[in-house]
Design a protein around this ligand. Structure first.
Ligand code: CDP
Length: 216
């Protein structure tokens, strides 16, 4: 395989560990990293902060196609409310279309002279970068993911219960996996990494074995 313009696609459900893994891969292999969920979270945040209805597709599409990182300065996009709003706007085909070009451009022309890019999300291996050099689908049991997310969120909001977080994750998984537009699923040629029983070092070692083999 040509190691010029290496593109790595990482998909998987909420709190599966894909973000931590992707950042580590990016650092190790010198790749640019795009957390595509933050784009959908940005649109979800705009919907909430502008008081838009999810049925108002036109206004939400405008928010998606004019989204800039500056708009999200000081925006807290990591809250459960924004996660829920992100998954609602992510089911709108016009929103996905509006964000597609930016993601593809990032993958083919990574910033800062990097040798390639790693993108994580729900549809990277299936829709955004179907020709990616290497694809992963990172998963874990819902209970394990809920506990991870609850620990992260608890630092800022100690009134959230583990059950609430689990319920939220299950609803979001169902919405993401059953929507018609680019549903969350593993690409046929994705390598499955189940992090239920793996810590980050073990998961990274498993991912490295696959990438190194592809690069050899
Ligand atoms: O961090 P977490 O895994 O909780 O979620 P995220 O990656 O920030 O994504 C938030 C939401 O954006 C997801 O629940 C999806 O509905 C949506 N999303 C998507 O549809 N496609 C992507 N490529 C990335 C995120």
């Amino acid at each position: 395989m040509n190691s010029d313009n290496l593109v790595i696609a990482v998909d998987g459900p909420a709190a599966s560990g894909k973000g931590t893994l992707s950042r580590r891969v990016a650092h190790f292999y010198g790749l640019a990293y795009l957390d595509t969920g933050s784009l959908y979270r940005g649109v979800g945040w705009l919907m909430l902060s502008k008081g838009l209805s999810p049925r108002n597709v036109e206004e939400i599409e405008v928010a998606a196609s004019t989204l800039t990182l500056e708009q999200l300065d000081n925006a807290d996009i990591r809250t459960p409310d924004v996660g829920r709003a992100a998954s609602v706007v992510a089911a709108i085909p016009e929103v996905r279309q509006a964000l597609l070009q930016y993601q593809r451009q990032y993958a083919t022309n990574p910033p800062a002279g990097k040798r390639g890019a790693i993108l994580d999300g729900r549809d990277i291996g299936t829709v955004v970068c179907p020709d990616a050099s290497v694809k992963f689908f990172v998963d874990a049991a819902a209970e394990v993911r809920a506990e991870r997310r609850w620990r992260e969120l608890f630092q800022h909001n100690n009134s959230l219960t583990l059950d609430q977080v689990l319920d939220d994750i299950r609803r979001r998984d169902t919405r993401d996996a059953t929507r018609t537009a680019a549903p969350m699923k593993a690409a046929q040629d994705a390598h499955l990494i189940d992090t239920s029983l793996l810590d980050i070092d073990a998961a990274f070692a498993a991912v490295r074995r696959v990438i190194d083999k592809a690069l050899a």
